[in-house]
Design a protein around this ligand. Structure first.
Ligand code: NAD
Length: 395
């Protein structure tokens, strides 16, 4: 069938298998172009490995340091006549490329929050790899069935304490408008912490440690975002920000555990705001990203997920010394985003953006093309007019 983008709000309900494969190949090529990461990890588990920062982590580990990788993800498989979600195709393309390069790659499709998937992964590590050197925790999920109670907790993207009003953009229609978001209830805040906080990361590490599957000196990293003041009410100080504080709490617990295991460590990396499936769902943030892209591209400092994670591995996690951390002990690869020149310019542009001048004042065009690329559309070398088979089995 001919597969075309079908955008519904902040999601595209179709994905192109060949386009996704071309996207993965672009990322692999980038990592290879940067050369080997000396001393990088050799056996890596990525939880949330099919899209965004998790996929970039898996590609960097495999093609930057020759790692065997296990990836855990939750995607809708393809069917006869119906495309999968893009992470399905990404994982297939990654696995093919990794195996062609002689690298071990194994996939686990299912709910990473469940005890069942954890047990499957533990058994596979025991059988195939022995132990793990690095655990990347990169889940972004709207819900979590609790493994003990079965209760389904849902995360929300809301402010705390008072309603929040700011500009936002409908990225598809190009309309800038004002949005007001009512504050989260106490239950919504605690549910968001249950979904996006650090408890599940701790459960993964505990399960791996109890089964003696963490190599001496093993590391673990999870990702967070801080961003500019203009988004703090909805992000850093909102319900998701509370979950991220809990992720930092978990990092300290896990760090202590890993330190005792041959001087390993756990880290939080603060990453840059980027177009991913998750960030496109947050009100206000896409407008900020469209402005940010314009400024960072003009300055020559724009990076995508793969550039961010390759830099994280090569200059912080595996550069042969201690990572450089901020006062809260976090690694900052959002450093180029947060420099005062960029943030001052964002503040100057923000009040002036309207529907009429959106194209001129922001990189909304770049935002849209990045968004489509997430679903495998707009990649060079892919013939989108040709018939494409949407049903591709997992390898
Ligand atoms: P994403 O939506 O691109 O990818 C999320 C991944 O999680 C996918 O692989 C998906 O399959 C997997 N996943 C979701 N629910 C799952 C489940 N129940 N079981 C197994 N896998 C599941 O997300 P992203 O933007 O790359 O975010 C990853 C992390 O990076 C998050 O912690 C996010 O807060 C953080 N981060 C994102 C940004 C950004 O701008 N996108 C910036 C800084 C930090």
């Amino acid at each position: 069938m001919i597969i075309t983008p079908k955008i519904r709000g902040f999601i595209c309900v179709t994905a192109h298998p060949d386009g996704c494969a071309a996207h993965v190949q672009e990322w692999i090529n980038y990592v290879k172009s940067k050369g080997p990461i000396t001393g990088g990890p050799k056996r890596v588990l990525v939880v949330g490995s099919s899209m965004g920062y998790g996929l970039a982590s898996r590609i960097t580990a495999a093609f930057g340091s020759g790692a065997a990788t296990m990836g855990v993800f939750f995607e809708r498989p393809s069917e006869e006549g119906r495309p999968a979600t893009p992470g399905w195709y990404n994982s297939i393309a990654f696995t093919q490329a990794a195996r062609a390069a002689g690298l071990y790659a194994r996939n686990f499709m299912g709910d990473a929050f469940s005890t069942e998937i954890k047990q499957q992964v533990l058994a596979a590590i025991k059988a195939d790899l022995g132990q793990i050197d690095l655990v990347v925790y990169s889940l972004a999920s709207p819900r979590r069935p609790h493994p003990q109670t079965g209760v389904i907790h849902k995360s929300v993207l809301k402010p705390i304490g008072a309603p929040y009003t700011n500009k936002t953009v409908d990225t598809d229609k190009g309309i800038v408008s004002e949005v007001t978001i009512e504050p989260a209830t106490e239950t919504e805040i605690s549910d968001t912490i249950t979904v996006m906080g650090g408890q599940d990361w701790e459960l993964w590490i505990q399960a791996l440690a109890d089964a003696h599957l963490l190599a001496p000196g093993a590391q673990s990293v999870a990702y967070t975002y801080i961003g500019p003041e203009v988004t703090w009410d909805i992000y850093k100080n909102g319900s998701i920000g509370m979950a991220k504080l809990d992720l930092e709490r978990a990092a300290r617990q896990i760090d202590a555990r890993l330190k005792a295991n041959g001087n390993g460590r756990a880290l939080i990396s603060v990453n840059k705001a980027l177009v991913t499936q998750s960030s496109s769902a947050i009100p206000v943030v896409p407008l900020y990203i469209a402005i940010l892209y314009k400024l960072m591209k003009a300055r020559g400092t724009h990076e995508g997920c793969i550039e961010q994670i390759q830099r994280l591995f090569a200059t912080q996690l595996y550069h042969g010394g201690q990572p450089q951390c901020d006062e809260a002990g976090r690694v900052r690869v959002d450093d180029w985003e947060m420099i005062p020149e960029i943030q001052d310019a964002v503040c100057a542009i923000w009040p002036a953006v309207t529907t009429e001048n959106l194209e001129a004042m922001t990189d909304i065009a770049g935002y849209r093309s990045e968004f489509l690329k997430l679903f495998g559309f707009g990649l060079a070398g892919v013939n989108y007019d040709a018939d494409s088979e949407p049903h591709v089995p997992m390898n």
